[in-house]
Design a protein around this ligand. Structure first.
Ligand code: DQA
Length: 149
């Protein structure tokens, strides 16, 4: 069974209480449970990790090689700054989908740039926690070979 790593970056442990008007009232635990349920319906399994530390996220991407067939990444603010995370994703050559709860393109200009996008199959943003489930759908299709145009 294919395994997907669901990786969340800085401040996403605070989901549910952090700016709920922007990020919603769903907690990270609820997001991770929903991912596990949705993945099971798609015949996938998930492993979930959240860290506030860039190096931990990079190590998790490296460790995914040979263990996970896809990565869903919400890198939080590292999205807009981290060439290192981009390089890690490119290095492991694992298909990745970038997720953001908010529509980063409708927010401050500094959120419009994503280094993660340069290494991802695509980006899903603006759909709240549902975005993680859409990302699972996209990866499932991609892994079946139906994702390429
Ligand atoms: C975020 C958007 C980022 O700009 C922000 O720094 C986050 C959350 C999102 O999910 O909408 O921490 O990635």
């Amino acid at each position: 069974m294919a395994s997907i790593l669901v990786l969340n970056g800085p401040n996403l442990n605070l989901l549910g209480t952090r700016q709920p008007e922007v990020y919603g009232s769903v907690t990270l635990a609820m997001v991770e449970d929903a991912c596990a349920d949705h993945a099971a319906k798609l015949g996938l399994e998930v492993a979930c990790l959240q860290s506030n530390h860039e190096g931990v996220l990079i190590d998790a991407i490296h460790d995914a090689k040979g263990r996970h067939q896809g990565i869903i990444l919400n890198a939080g603010a590292y999205t807009h700054t981290s060439i290192a995370l981009m390089d890690a994703l490119i290095s492991v050559e694992i298909p990745a989908v970038e997720v953001h709860l908010s529509n980063i393109h409708a927010r401050e200009a500094f959120r419009h740039t994503s280094y993660i996008s340069k290494a991802a199959l695509g980006q899903i943003c603006g759909f709240g926690a549902q975005g993680f489930l859409l990302a699972l759908d996209a990866l499932a299709a991609h892994l079946k070979g139906a994702g390429s145009a």
